[in-house]
Design a protein around this ligand. Structure first.
Ligand SMILES: Cc1cc2nc3c(=O)[nH]c(=O)nc-3n(C[C@H](O)[C@H](O)[C@H](O)COP(=O)(O)OP(=O)(O)OC[C@H]3O[C@@H](n4cnc5c(N)ncnc54)[C@H](O)[C@@H]3O)c2cc1C
Length: 415
């Protein structure tokens, strides 16, 4: 597959791809390499609009740790075949053959340029070189199947042997995304698992938390559903006027959104000292107390935590206002301060919704899709790849890897 096909003039079937996003572009290249005549319909005026915004403009393309635990679907393990049969090394080798250099940061992989535009430029130019045809500003409004498929876009009709729906999800519509893929799929009797905003910031009404806006720190963040601890994620947390964000929060947002959607009570518990246990912290405070007994009590936490959060911690620890100095604090006060630092409880009212979500969980029900070919089990020659399917991943390049892997599996399976 990594070799460029020099015989791509010997066109096999005519294939239409709906969507020139991550999966559509990648799939177009792989199929054109095999000699297929590929036409891509894109409703935006250019390819890869969402891709350009990924990873804060740097595009976290994949991850060296592609463990299945980072993926989710209501049909668990649908994604197993795709993820296990397309490693990050295979991705690296393939895109290098297109001219894209990558770099590693921890387990996350980015374009060496740190520019998402490099990914789009390389994929798009490779497609053009291989003879892929693009129709921009061409929203596919209808797909009919008789012997062949008839696609309607801009009131024009086009005929194809095979159709691939790579239309993504409705997450972050300001980037031109759309849910039209669900409607096209439903017309072929495919069921849709209810889409729920995921990898999204969470909102809180807590006034004290809103006052911390701008504060960013490393933390362990635990999700509480109906006061029961469910999942803990380690990573950064960002306090904002609307509530909370950061990688740890985004990774919990899928579970939180589902619970909120079911009207369950959702809180998060934030430990801003994830690397120190309670006793170690109490020891640290006792030592510091001996060094600065006559300073104002707030000095005990100064330089240990961000200055913005000190007042909040003293308030949560319920330290009496008549205690002014470090020396006034007793052992119970120190314990209460440590408890407050390791258990910041924030009640969550809702997620910020699709407009801010990086992905959605839910989409085309994968029970009707063959995981080894991505072909519909209901309609021959109809395929689905990428985020339009009910598969989503955590932060860290997992969603783009699914876009690449599902495209690869499709291309490999197409005889
Ligand atoms: C802000 C942001 C940052 C992100 N960062 C990362 C990251 O760093 N790493 C990561 O792994 N993932 C990231 N993601 C998620 C990732 O971008 C998506 O999972 C991925 O782009 C999905 O690829 P796709 O091809 O399925 O869909 P898309 O890339 O969304 O492409 C779908 C395309 O189909 C087109 N389309 C839709 N309907 C039609 C129609 N009817 N007719 C014609 N065209 C149509 C759309 O215009 C779009 O161009 C991020 C997402 C966002 C929003």
């Amino acid at each position: 597959m990594s070799q460029k096909n020099t015989q791509h003039h010997l066109y096999l079937n005519k294939i239409a791809i709906v969507g020139a996003g991550a999966s559509g572009l990648f799939c177009a290249i792989l199929l054109a390499q095999k000699g297929y005549k590929v036409t891509v319909f894109e409703k935006n005026h250019k390819a890869g609009r969402k891709l350009l915004a990924t990873g804060n403009g740097k595009c976290n393309v994949t991850n060296t740790n592609l463990s299945l635990e980072f993926y989710h679907s209501s049909n668990p393990l649908f994604f197993k075949y795709g993820i296990e049969n397309f490693t990050y090394e295979q991705f690296e080798k393939l895109v290098f053959s297109f001219g894209l250099d990558l770099t590693k940061r921890g387990t996350k992989i980015y374009p060496a340029s740190d520019q998402a535009s490099s990914v789009v430029d390389v994929l798009y130019s490779e497609s053009i070189e291989l003879g892929v045809e693009f129709y921009f500003e061409s929203q596919v409004d209808n797909i009919q199947k008789n012997n062949n498929f008839t696609i309607t876009a801009n009131l024009q009709q086009y005929s194809f042997d095979k159709v691939i729906i790579a239309s993504g999800s409705g997450a972050m519509k300001k980037l031109g995304s759309s849910e039209s893929g669900y409607i096209l799929s439903e017309n072929f009797s495919h069921k849709i698992v209810e889409p729920i905003a995921s990898l999204v910031q969470l909102e809180s009404d807590n006034y004290d938390i809103k006052k911390l806006h701008g504060l960013k720190c490393e933390a362990n963040v635990t999700l509480l559903i109906n006061n029961q601890k469910t999942t803990t994620k380690k990573g950064d947390i960002l306090f904002a006027k609307y509530g909370v964000s950061g990688n740890s929060v985004l990774d919990l947002s899928r579970e939180a959104s589902i619970a909120l959607n079911e009207y369950q009570c959702v809180d998060i518990l934030v430990d801003i000292f994830p690397n120190s246990d309670k006793n170690k912290l109490i020891g640290m405070l006792e030592k510091k107390q001996k060094q600065i007994p006559n300073k104002k009590k707030e000095f005990l936490l100064l330089s240990l935590v961000h200055s913005k959060i000190i007042e909040y911690i003293f308030k949560q620890a319920k330290i009496k206002s008549e205690k002014h100095y470090v020396k006034d604090l007793n052992k119970k006060d120190l314990q209460a301060l440590v408890y407050a630092m390791k258990n910041i409880k924030i009640s969550i009212t809702k997620s910020r919704g699709y407009e801010y979500a990086e992905v959605v969980s839910g989409g085309v029900d994968t029970t009707d899709i063959n995981p080894k070919t991505m072909e519909s089990k209901l309609v021959k020659d109809l395929y689905f790849i990428g985020e339009v399917l009910d598969v989503d991943g955590d932060c860290g390049g997992y969603n783009l890897h699914w876009a690449w892997a599902s495209s690869y599996v499709l291309a490999q399976g197409l005889k």
